[in-house]
Design a protein around this ligand. Structure first.
Ligand code: ADP
Ligand code: MG
Length: 261
């Protein structure tokens, strides 16, 4: 049975999508079968995997979640695309924001819609990785409810301590109400620039504030211009800059995740 990992942080631009794609491809390279789910209405994961016109896609995550909401049967594999780097993914487009609104008016079970969908796919994959939006709305609650483990990318240049506290509070609420199996995989430091003093300060701040309760991944993801360019290329960092430091960091992170998963 597969493991579901969700990548989450209430702050945007911290490397969630980059981490979801890189970890997905990293796990696939190590021989695992991987499905990525784009649970962000802004659908950056879909774009970064090379889909040019997401709004023209006939089937997306919206289709699957709407069918479960309406209790109509679906083929769960419908709409799943294959990427040349060895991963499957279910894309999203702007219509997913409609699903988030629709969830709000559901009285019972609105937190478990995504879990119902993923449960039908789990037997087919070793890993399902869910990329989330920078919010703690119902789609993110659904992603946390559906997951075995959550990875929290934190940008090393700026600590959003309040945002992190809110995420941790949401995680513990989800654990209590919907998903006692949800584990915090760890905090991943991203866009680390070793030359910057404040980066070092923030890293030690995070280590002293959270290090005793939450795993902090040993591997830190460096900042690189090549990494910033990948999403426009429709490839992962492993294909775009295979010998670069960011690809090496995500390869090591993949090994760390394989140890805890
Ligand atoms: P999020 O999903 O949290 O909003 P993204 O993964 O989209 O964050 O990353 C935000 C921006 O930073 C994107 O333009 C991405 O290409 C870029 N980026 C991500 N990781 C790195 C990195 N290690 N070095 C430099 N730029 C990065
Ligand atoms: Mg994103």
């Amino acid at each position: 049975m597969g493991k579901t990992i969700c990548v989450s942080n209430r702050k945007g631009g911290v490397g969630k999508t980059m981490t979801a794609v890189s970890l997905g491809v990293g796990l696939a390279k190590s021989g695992a079968s991987v499905l990525l789910l784009d649970a962000d209405p802004q659908h950056s994961l879909t774009i970064s995997l090379g889909v040019r016109e997401p709004d023209k896609l006939p089937v997306t995550l919206t289709t699957a979640m709407d069918a479960i909401l309406r209790e109509t049967p679906i083929d769960p594999t419908s709409g799943i695309l294959h990427h040349s780097e060895g991963i499957d993914f279910l894309p999203a487009n702007n219509s997913l924001s409609g699903t988030e609104l629709a969830l709000a008016s559901v009285m019972v079970g609105r937190e478990t819609i995504l879990r119902q969908y993923i449960d039908t796919l789990k037997p087919m994959y070793d890993f399902v990785i869910v990329d989330t939006s920078p919010s703690l709305g119902l789609l993110t609650i659904n992603a946390l409810t559906a997951s075995d483990c959550v990875l929290i990318p934190v940008i090393a240049g700026y600590l959003d301590a309040k945002g992190l506290e809110l995420l941790l509070k949401t995680i513990s609420q989800v654990q209590r109400h919907f998903n006692p199996n949800l584990a915090i995989g760890g905090i991943l430091l991203t866009m680390v620039d070793k030359r910057m003093n404040y980066t070092r300060e923030i890293i030690s701040l995070i280590e002293s504030a959270y290090g005793s309760d939450i795993h902090i991944f040993r591997e830190r993801i460096p900042r690189s211009v090549r990494a910033a360019e990948t999403s426009a290329e429709g490839k992962s960092i492993f294909a775009y800059d295979p010998t670069g430091k960011v690809a090496a960091a995500y390869a090591t992170l993949t090994e760390e995740v394989l140890k805890i998963a």
